[in-house]
Design a binder for this molecule. Sequence first.
Ligand SMILES: [Mg+2]
Length: 188
Amino acid sequence: MQKYLFIDRDGTLIESPASGGQIDSFDKLHFYPNVITWLSRIASELEYILVMVTNQNGLGTPMFTQEMFLPTQNFMLNVFKTEGIIFKEIIIDNSFPEDNSPLRKPRTGRMLAYINNDAIDMKHSFVIGDRITDMQFAKNLGCKGIFLNSENLRGQKELTDTIEELKTNWTALASTSWKDVYEFLKVQ
Ligand SMILES: [Mg+2]
């Protein structure tokens, strides 16, 4: 059975803008510290397939057009690619939190092909993300979460479980360090 890593983008692979808005220009694009080094080692040494899963509020609307999104997105993907980090699929939801879309993370409407695939070892797969909602997403998928910033409790309205439940039962590791993520995954 195949193990997967379902990896969030903003706040996890690249830093979220301090302003809280979208990454729509190169001055807002900053890689998460050491992510390239350690994710490259995860990709080359360990047996996981990588999938990016990201909410991009309003992508495709005038406030956040594809033309604003794609240059930094494609640059980021190319940098990862040159270091052997390839995402098998990039899953983007463009709804807003208040839409309560069943397709929006932490809900799993865009993930049915993974949930319903018996060849996937979901129990030994992980969501890696910087928000408590990513831990909710892990629970909803039936895998475990790696909480890459144990303080980020934004998006609580989208939780269906308590923070305590998600941290205690669904968070396999909480750390701000990609090196820790690598070392944890290496011994799974
Ligand atoms: Mg995030």
